[in-house]
Design a binder for this molecule. Structure first.
Ligand SMILES: *Cc1c(COP(=O)(O)O)cnc(C)c1O
Length: 388
């Protein structure tokens, strides 16, 4: 009989976080419950029309129907570079930027360019699971940096043992942060560059949430730090900024040698982003400012409603400065997954246990604000009237 032998690297993967939640949710829906899904962080609002119109036009042009260039269209990379210049004051040369099929793609391929089997990579805990799994796929060994509330959910670089730092090849970071919604100041990134130089560690900064922020306070970029381009790369995404998660487009900017190595991996794996999507992406980047303001106003309203409810239920909540997540502590006596199960069985609200993002996420729960205000209000009512 034919036997499929799955590779060890697949056997070693932790179960995909959202699969378990989806299963629990499906069972509740099947049982007829009015379930409100505050789990997955996928924007509910449509892509703005001006972007869709640009796609429609570009899709009809046969010049866009062939293989795109691996590194992205010059025009897209130029628009992304200009956007970085305008938004963060960073100067990016044409060999310091590359188009990605969503930032997840670039993140997942980076370890293949720099990690040899057995090499260490520094991974935040809790974090987006892709960093750790991509490191494992490349044969690397993750070393977890706990993100603690007493450090405002930033890693304590000095707490990393020296022998680990000396063996580390990469460090992954993500601010504004998923799942904690914490932000980082340029002073933190300056320290990070010094640390990276001291130990020769490539910094991989995931900046997917820089355009989702509150009270008009714009988050920073790692590339604003002194010398950042010498030591690192930053991933940007159009997904959350313009409600384009399904379109699959992003870009990475940073040191030319780092971008080039990632490009070599990519050129052997993928064939770039459909040009019509890149052309729509140029339009998104050029004319998105007004739209971003409007979108953040919507998230701000939702956030306030949910924060009020969580506070009145006497839960310890971290008021986010950016990103569309709310991170809060579970009441005494519960584990993360026990409390998430309770929210689902008692209130029909889907959330994500902090422990799903890593050991240090135990004791926390993540709520996503990517459902309508009406649903946020309904969930808030249920939370307010509950006794935990
Ligand atoms: C959503 C998200 C991304 C964006 O992924 P894309 O592939 O660009 O859609 C990247 N990092 C984190 C932490 C995210 O939550």
């Amino acid at each position: 009989m034919f036997r499929i032998n799955i590779a060890q690297r697949l056997k070693e993967l932790p179960p995909y976080l959202f699969k378990e939640i989806d299963k629990q949710k499906a069972e509740a829906i099947k049982a007829g419950a009015d379930v409100i899904n505050l789990g997955v962080g996928d924007p509910d609002l449509p892509t703005p029309n001006y972007i869709i119109e640009a796609l429609n036009k570009a899709a009809a042009d046969p010049a866009n129907h062939q293989y795109p260039s691996y590194a992205g269209m010059d025009a897209f990379n130029k628009a992304a570079g200009l956007w970085l210049q305008k938004r963060f004051g960073i100067n990016i040369k044409s060999n310091e930027i590359i188009t990605l099929i969503g930032s997840k793609e670039g993140i997942a391929h980076t370890p293949l360019a720099f990690i040899n089997p057995g090499d260490i990579a520094l991974i935040p805990d809790p974090s987006y699971p892709v960093y750790e799994n991509a490191v494992r796929f490349a044969g690397g060994v993750p070393f977890y940096m706990p993100l603690k509330k007493e450090n405002d959910f930033l890693p304590d670089l000095n707490a990393i043992p020296q022998d680990i730092a000396e063996k580390a090849k990469l460090i992954f970071l993500n601010y504004p942060n998923n799942p904690t919604s914490a932000t980082a100041e340029v002073s933190f990134f300056n320290d990070l560059v010094l640390y990276a130089k001291k130990y020769n560690i490539i910094v991989c900064h995931d900046a997917a949430y820089t355009e989702i922020y509150y009270k008009g306070k714009k988050p920073t970029s790692f590339l604003e730090a002194e010398g950042a381009k010498e030591v690192g790369i930053e991933y940007h995404s159009l997904s959350k900024t313009y409600n384009m998660t399904g379109w699959r487009i992003g870009f990475a900017a940073g040191g030319a040698d780092i971008i080039n190595a990632l490009g070599t991996i990519k050129s052997n794996v993928d064939s770039g982003v459909f040009q019509a999507i890149q052309i729509a992406g140029i339009e998104a980047l050029k004319n998105g400012e007004r739209y971003i303001k409007e979108l953040n106003g919507i998230y701000e309203k939702r956030k306030k409603i949910m924060l009020d409810a969580l506070n009145s239920a006497e839960l310890k909540v971290y008021d986010p400065k950016a990103a569309f997540y709310i991170w809060f502590e579970v009441p005494k006596g519960y584990s993360s997954s026990e409390f998430v199960s309770l929210l689902l069985s008692k209130l029909n609200i889907v959330t994500i246990p902090g422990s799903g993002f890593g050991k240090a996420g135990e004791g926390y729960v993540r709520i996503s604000l990517t459902v309508s205000e009406e649903k946020i209000k309904a969930a808030a009512l249920r939370i307010k009237s509950a006794k935990f």
